[in-house]
Design a protein around this ligand. Structure first.
Ligand SMILES: Nc1nc2c(c(=O)[nH]1)N[C@H]1C(S)=C(S)[C@@H](COP(=O)(O)OP(=O)(O)OC[C@H]3O[C@@H](n4cnc5c(N)ncnc54)[C@H](O)[C@@H]3O)O[C@H]1N2
Ligand code: MOO
Length: 575
């Protein structure tokens, strides 16, 4: 039977065949197919600690040359694990700031979250019913009780009634959440008692005998400090501020949180064929990455400054990169070696350092990570190389070449209000057929409207270290680059705790390996027992498979991963 039963399988087959045909130095192949040990931690395919100087400086451990590189004119791929590790180590978190709770979502905690109160702060009734003292039956106190409605004597929030201690043999009606009066020994649920005049007696639920009614000491009382005591550590520094964390912080008495500044990201969407609305006519393609990246980056804890559409205009790209105040620039498309692939030539002109220059992963292998010179000038000399993995090379303000760099303000590109290229002409609309001329390049910018929420509002501040991640244009390849380079980089910049144990799953069916590269394959656990299964429509240009996926499975290079074997999963936002 033909193994390739769909067009995306065919794409894969083609990719496998093409790469198999490429000459690769045998010694550079991964020695084994070990499972990567952790997100951002290298598996067997590369050792970042020994990876040496990236970029043009050689082919150290964890790298292999592609066929083009072997001939001296192409990039040098690093293993997938080494690429993730480099991205994680390329940057350090920015400063901390204090934000009101409603603005802290998505940040990481710059300091541990510590309880400012006991929780609960007082002995609390866990049920609606009666606070009772000693064994029953009891005499009701605390004002007249409406037998019919069971109106409580002590409501949540009441402070007065509870001042007087409850003597043995007495009971007072109480609401869930109310402070239990001193002297009370238990709370009796409404449904476990009957009232006769001012007398309260225990009964069993649904007619059961009273012996079945739990009325032991402290029953249905949440004691003060049950959850935490003042000063207890609730969440460590580095924990993500999730909606639940906000709730916990509020419960524990916080009005604001000390958090790490979110990395600012700007997206530059490249490609003259892209349109931003409607159904594309022949030859045109609807931009799938702008709408996907903005929320994905936000989910990764970034602040998205703008998504700009630059067409295939090299000058517009250079200007946008020069002018950007983002910590991280993302480009989409233009990473391969085609005539309109402007990203690498621009980086070379800028003197940027390629920390990762293509990755041994399918899809997505042309992806790249570069550190930009701090002074955004296209005419400056190339920066001094420095080890990518040296921690101080990544520390804001500590990079020697950054400190020596000429000031941005000399370039004239930082004029107040400059926000990059904008649409110069209205889009003429799609041509009627594929013989019609190409439309003028649509060049638009969509700055985010939430400027007041920016962590650092000053427009004139250029981050001391800026990175650029080049995402391949094929949409699933761009997803692979997000998971491989963008996620670790943003987590480092945002100071998010690294995941120590990545999730794993068993494969319900066998998945072919790529001879030399890691594969990232959309999988689901919802299509049958026995573990996760690969989804169809997983070709590099397709989002259909990954949109239905629970995760991307990491398939190590080499022989197929058999059914029953364990694979690492990469989470997808919203799943
Ligand atoms: N001679 C070679 N050609 C290519 C190679 C190679 O090794 N040698 N690699 C292929 C691989 S793999 C990929 S991935 C792509 C990467 O290409 P680019 O990053 O330069 O991207 P483009 O050429 O601009 O676009 C590729 C493809 O993706 C579509 N695209 C681009 N942007 C978007 C978007 N925002 N939304 C939807 N679709 C988008 C674009 O129309 C193209 O179809 O290079 C291969 N070529
Ligand atoms: O196939 Mo390319 O690997 O990135 O789409």
């Amino acid at each position: 039977m033909n193994r390739f039963d769909s067009s995306d399988d065919f794409d894969d087959a083609l990719a496998l065949a093409n790469s198999a045909a490429r000459p690769r130095p045998a010694a550079s192949r991964p020695a084994s197919r070990g499972t990567p040990t952790a997100a951002g931690t290298p598996g067997t395919a590369g050792t970042p600690g020994t990876a040496g100087t990236p970029g043009t400086a050689g082919t150290p451990g964890g790298e292999r040359r592609t066929s083009a590189a072997a001939s001296g004119d192409g990039p040098t791929a690093v293993s997938w694990a080494a690429a993730r590790s480099r991205a994680r180590r390329a940057a350090r978190a920015g400063g901390a700031l204090t934000l009101p709770l409603h603005r802290a979502l998505g940040h990481s905690l710059a300091e541990p979250l510590v309880a400012r109160t006991d929780l609960p702060a007082f002995d609390t009734s866990a049920m609606d019913g009666w606070a009772v003292a000693g064994p029953g039956p009891w005499r009701l106190v605390g004002g007249p009780v409406d037998e019919g409605s069971g109106a409580p004597g002590v409501l949540a929030g009441d402070r007065g009634v509870t001042a007087s201690p409850l003597a043995d043999g007495y009971a007072v009606a109480i609401a869930t959440g109310a402070r239990v009066p001193a002297g009370a020994t238990a709370v009796l649920r409404t449904e476990h008692a009957t009232v006769d005049g001012d007398r309260l007696a225990r009964t069993g639920p649904r007619g059961a005998g009273s012996s079945h009614v739990p009325a032991d000491h402290r029953t249905d009382i949440r004691p003060r400090g049950q959850e935490c005591r003042t000063g207890d550590l609730l969440l460590p520094a580095g924990a993500r501020v999730t909606p639940v964390a906000l709730g916990l912080a509020a419960a524990a008495g916080h009005d604001e949180l000390n958090v790490t500044r979110r990395p600012r990201v700007e997206v530059l969407v490249l490609g003259a064929e892209l349109i931003q609305d409607g159904v594309p006519a022949t030859g045109l393609v609807r931009d799938a990455l702008g709408p996907m990246l903005d929320p994905w980056l936000t989910a990764l804890g970034a602040e998205v400054l703008a998504v700009r559409h630059l067409g295939d205009d090299a000058a517009a790209l250079a200007t946008a990169v020069d002018a950007s105040r983002a910590d991280v620039l993302l480009t989409t498309g233009g990473t391969a070696g085609g005539p309109m692939d402007h990203v690498r030539p621009l980086l070379a002109r800028l003197g940027a350092r390629l920390l990762v220059d293509s990755v041994a992963v399918r899809p997505g292998h042309p992806m790249l990570l570069a550190r930009l010179p701090s002074a955004p000038r296209t005419d400056r000399a190339p920066a001094e190389p420095a080890p990518a993995d040296a921690p101080d090379a990544a520390a804001p303000g500590l990079h020697a070449t950054d400190l020596d760099a000429p000031d941005l303000h000399a370039t004239g590109l930082d004029a107040p209000g400059f926000d990059g290229p904008r649409t110069e002409k209205p889009h003429p609309g799609p041509p009627a057929d594929n013989t019609a001329p190409r439309p003028a390049t649509p060049r638009t910018a969509t700055p985010r409207p939430d400027a007041p929420d920016h962590d650092v509002p000053a427009d004139h501040d250029l981050p001391p270290v800026r990175h650029l991640v080049g995402l391949p244009g094929n949409p699933l390849a761009a997803v692979a680059a997000l998971l491989t380079l963008v996620e670790p980089l943003l987590h480092a910049l945002g100071d998010h705790e690294p995941e120590t144990e990545p999730p794993t799953a068993r494969l319900a069916t066998r998945i072919e390996g790529h001879p030399t590269d890691t594969r990232l394959v959309p999988v689901t656990e919802r299509e049958g027992p026995g573990g996760v299964r690969p989804l169809r429509h997983h070709g590099p240009a397709m989002l259909r498979g990954v949109a239905a996926a629970d995760a991307m499975a990491v398939i190590p290079p080499g022989a197929a991963s058999s059914a029953g074997s364990t694979v690492v999963l990469l989470r997808l936002p919203g799943r």
